[in-house]
Design a protein around this ligand. Sequence first.
Ligand code: 5GP
Ligand code: MN
Length: 335
Amino acid sequence: MISLSKPPTTAAQREALELLQQGRRFLLTGHVRPDGDCIGAEAALASVLTALDKEVWILNPDPVEPQFDYLARDFVFGAYDGGEPPRHDVTVLLDCSELDRCGRLADVLAGGASRKLVIDHHLHHGPPWWDAAYVDHGASATGLLVHRIARQLGIELDRAGAQGVFTSIVTDTGWFKYSNTDAETLAVAADLVAHGVDPDALYRSIYQRKRRSHPLETGKVLATTEYYEDGRLAVVTMPREGDGGAPALDGDDVLDLLRAVESVEVVLSLRELAGGLVKLSARSKTDYDVNALARLFGGGGHRKASGATIEGELDEVKDRLVIAASRRFREARGS
Ligand code: 5GP
Ligand code: MN
């Protein structure tokens, strides 16, 4: 049985914990198009900091997706629309460690006099720019790190904070399916349920409130499936419609369905955005490192789940990606 008491701390983590204890006014922020892990971790940390009598604001580059509206009932998630952020002495960046992933907020955050803390589970490349960092690449979700922080600070999460951590964990593990689901993740999930989280209610909120057109839109995207490398690479494309980008198929539905094909090791989904950009989501179900692939295109993430926003026209970006992805398959085979 894994113990959920106080986990041991590294020297770097102690510095991060001290910054959380010393600061008075905190600005919590995350990456563009914040996902469940990002906003769940923000909610959980807001709850921890409030328990420590700190002032807390959450301000992201983009609004929260509607499927996470239950978190927005307990916490205010600001979406940056210019101007000065609230006065604060510590900025906490969650679920990413690169300021250029913060979109329009990047300059504001870089310029401010506040001390900077990063809480993240991604691989970071480049020199550290922060004052303190609480990072573990092995953690299944950033929200899990916030749960560790709560335990280390001796704070018991309230139900709202527990819902935040649960949201982080289930969205980043694909509801406990992916290889990042470990004993700590499951033990923390059990602890969160004991603290009032209702898994069925959250499942329905996150995954079962789709539009009536959702099955048809999913079908349309699946109909674009192309296989390469003897079926080991599957690619789907979502062309834009009208003036906006392609309609967002939230979550990993399509990626999961393609991964279900036995021969498939890597799935690439390409969504055309407005302004000549293409959003890549890449997933691997083997040792194939999609983080290395995404990095070739200016993105990043994890070995088994990564993404990038790439300049170019949809078909041309697809061709470049298929060539790069196929090359990595051949290199892995040593030919
Ligand atoms: P998704 O495909 O769900 O957007 O993202 C999968 C993973 O890749 C997440 O961990 C996310 O943070 C990372 N990721 C997605 N897009 C980008 C990007 O443009 N740059 C970087 N560095 N990471 C990304
Ligand atoms: Mn994450």
